[in-house]
Design a binder for this molecule. Structure first.
Ligand code: FMN
Length: 296
């Protein structure tokens, strides 16, 4: 090969690398889907990357898989599964920062959370779920009651940076990450979401909030609401000036009919005074407001 051709090939190679960098997300869709799914992970040595790929595999491969450092745009997806490896009890800083930055979007779209840890080789129990999911990832995303899983991962010392490898010198390599467990988690989440959006004939046709009853009321009143789609639901009670007095509910819901009661107390458990109040129910960012009257 002459010098010129060698040089041209070099340039082409650079082009491929640049292009590859832009299109790094693992694009799947072996199974047609009208919903866009993403699995986003944070990792040091790759355990969580494998977990994320296998979660998508369990979903028939419909989810795109991203390292959080690729900074995927969460608004481009309908459903997101997010998680990562644990060091010193927390996930990578980049993952934490990403979740904080996109919390308002993620809050509406997160359908599953996962962590990959060592747990000294011991089986994962409720303590790890509380530590890595409830008190860490779920809190960062601002969600509750989202399906979650903590997987046992691996240590491959030759993949660690020299300083960390030296720190872990006394520890043997291990690999407890199970493809079948990750796939089962992906399958479970997909089934949960599709069963809630698939049966359109059994699902209410519209998002509706009924007038509370009794109204006026003097101690407790009931609020009935109907959801036509799954999503994050928030119900706030506001006073006549529009100031929030109570968050009555903040939770992921499947479509269906629900009832809630308000006991005329504020967020601090104190009874509020007589007067007009509003209740605002927000489903996936869309609010419905109704007025009610408390008479003591
Ligand atoms: C420096 C270091 C700190 C770790 N800290 C924890 C920890 O606090 N709790 C835990 O359960 N596992 C811990 N682990 C284990 C990892 O979470 C586990 O090996 C995981 O699979 C690593 O993921 P990675 O391949 O993305 O690095 C630690 C591992 C390393 C190397």
């Amino acid at each position: 090969m002459n010098r010129r051709n060698f040089f041209k090939m070099g340039l082409a190679g650079v082009g491929v690398v640049v292009f590859a960098k832009k299109a790094r997300a693992l694009e799947y869709y072996p199974m047609p889907s009208d919903k866009k799914w993403a699995v986003i992970y944070g990792t040091w040595c790759g355990s969580s990357r494998d977990a994320a790929v296998w979660i998508s595999e369990g979903m028939g491969g419909i989810a795109n898989v991203f390292d959080v450092r690729e900074n995927p745009n969460p608004t481009e997806f309908d459903h997101i599964i997010i998680g990562g490896s644990i060091r010193s009890s927390v996930t990578r800083k980049e993952l934490q920062d990403y979740i904080k930055e996109h919390q308002s979007v993620l809050k509406e779209k997160v359908r599953g959370l996962f962590a990959v840890c060592g747990n000294m080789g011991q089986p994962v129990g409720p303590q790890q779920t509380a530590q890595f999911i409830d008190n860490h990832l779920a809190r960062l995303c601002g969600v509750t009651n989202v399906p979650s899983r903590v997987f046992l991962g691996r240590i491959t010392k030759c993949l660690l940076d020299p300083q960390t490898a030296q720190m872990m010198a006394g520890m043997e390599d291990y690999d407890h990450l199970k493809r079948s467990e990750c796939m089962a988690f992906g399958r479970e989440i997909l089934e949960k979401v599709t069963s809630s959006i698939g049966k359109t004939d059994q699902v209410p046709k519209e998002f509706r909030v009924e007038q509370n009853y009794p109204n006026p009321f003097n101690s407790t009143t009931t609020i009935h609401y109907v959801l036509h789609t799954s999503g994050n639901v928030k119900l706030n009670i506001l006073d006549a000036k529009g100031e929030k007095v109570r968050t009555l509910l903040e939770k992921y819901h499947l479509p269906g009919e629900y009832t809630l009661q308000w006991d005329a107390r504020d967020d601090f458990g104190k009874y509020v005074s007589s007067g007009s109040y509003f209740y605002v129910l927000v489903l996936n960012g869309a609010p419905i407001v109704k007025k009610m009257l408390l008479v003591k």
